[in-house]
Design a protein around this ligand. Sequence first.
Ligand SMILES: NC(=O)c1ccc[n+]([C@@H]2O[C@H](COP(=O)([O-])OP(=O)(O)OC[C@H]3O[C@@H](n4cnc5c(N)ncnc54)[C@H](O)[C@@H]3O)[C@@H](O)[C@H]2O)c1
Length: 224
Amino acid sequence: MTGGGGFIGSHLVERLLSDGHAVTVLDNFSTGRNENLEAVHSDGRLTVVRADISGIDEIQSHFQDVEWTFHLAGLADIVPSIQRPLDYHRANVDGTVAVLEAARKAGVKRFVYAASSSCYGIPDLYPTPETAPIRPQYPYALSKHLGEQCVLHWGRVYRLPVVSLRLFNVYGPRSRTSGAYGAVFGVFLAILHSSKTSSMLLSKLRTPMSPRRYSMWGPDKHTA
Ligand SMILES: NC(=O)c1ccc[n+]([C@@H]2O[C@H](COP(=O)([O-])OP(=O)(O)OC[C@H]3O[C@@H](n4cnc5c(N)ncnc54)[C@H](O)[C@@H]3O)[C@@H](O)[C@H]2O)c1
């Protein structure tokens, strides 16, 4: 798994280990944290390799005997992507191509890519269907979409068995909560867990942002 030291990846690592699988994590820990893997770090079936995915020579050997690849590594914040588009292209596009090549050469049986719903921009429809027009609005969204195009291309040209999942805002423990760079749900959760919970949340919600209505969806019902 690439990006196994990150928010989503670390949860997936825990799940795979608890299902009895051996897991190798490739992560440069640029935004990931060792603490995210604290609960499983002594598990003998877990190998953690500090490596940058964009260097194929650095990562290729770790794909030996790998059956499934979960590709979650990437730069995932929006605001810095506007400031540093080249870094985002390198990690999310070049990095994805390097991981695809390593997986192809190793003959993996399944390649799962964490794509992003940001490819839809501001959609016309909620809930947004997969067929909605693609309109990336900032370099992060563009880089994730280009990464997805590469994944699907490797699927077509090389018959690599690929799946691309366009994740929407994922939330839960370990999500980043830092100010303008944090994921929106992480920021909401941090406010909820703070000591001044209700007054801060209410003041945030009363701040005029835009005339649009915002909907939040749970697994089976409208939650807010
Ligand atoms: N969190 C969300 O709501 C969301 C939504 C849509 C898509 N995604 C995608 O899911 C994936 C995981 O997101 P997350 O929220 O867990 O982010 P995260 O920042 O917590 O995890 C990303 C991980 O990738 C690692 N990484 C970054 N660049 C790397 C590189 N060049 N080489 C090796 N490792 C590198 C980071 O150190 C980190 O551990 C990302 O690809 C993101 O684009 C996330």
